[in-house]
Design a binder for this molecule. Structure first.
Ligand code: TYD
Length: 137
């Protein structure tokens, strides 16, 4: 069966006095990390994303602020996830169309299974929708 999106809770080391530390390392992840990027200073009027990935898998965190992440599968089913905990990541399998909204102070951290390749993106929603007919999932 194909992988499903899901929230992954990472443990927190520390307490309210000294603060917290959360760690991600390959041995505890569903894929091997080849790239890390972060997105910040996004106006709350902007909607980012508008693409899917042919092969890439990701885990996305809101390490600060709040991020609203809407995923759509190739059958058209949409699910919205609200990320606001630095120790909770959203696992995203391949072939999910996403739209992303940020609070002013939000910092999105992404752990990615592949290095950046533009050819690996699907940026045309019509092409994404056609994957259904092709039965590629
Ligand atoms: P994109 O993935 O479209 O961002 P978002 O989903 O947040 O809207 O990336 C924005 C731009 O940055 C795009 O031109 C591709 C480029 N980019 C890289 O060069 N390397 C990377 O690792 C990433 C994630 C993006």
């Amino acid at each position: 069966a194909a992988q499903q999106p899901r929230l992954i809770e990472f443990s927190r080391l520390g307490d309210t006095t000294i603060g917290y530390l959360t760690v991600a390392q390959n041995s505890g992840l569903p894929f091997t990390v080849q790239r890390v990027y972060w997105t910040y200073s996004v106006s709350d009027e902007v909607v980012r994303g508008h693409h899917a990935h042919k092969e890439l898998e990701q885990i996305i965190f809101a390490v600060s602020g709040e991020i609203e992440f809407t995923l759509e599968d190739i059958w058209g089913k949409q699910t919205t996830y609200y990320l606001d905990k630095p120790n909770v990541g959203l696992y995203i399998p391949r072939l999910y169309w996403r739209t992303i909204k940020f609070s002013r102070d939000a910092v999105l951290l992404c752990l990615a299974s592949l290095e950046y390749i533009e050819e690996e993106y699907i940026r045309d929603y019509v092409i994404f929708s056609q994957l259904k007919q092709m039965g590629s999932k």
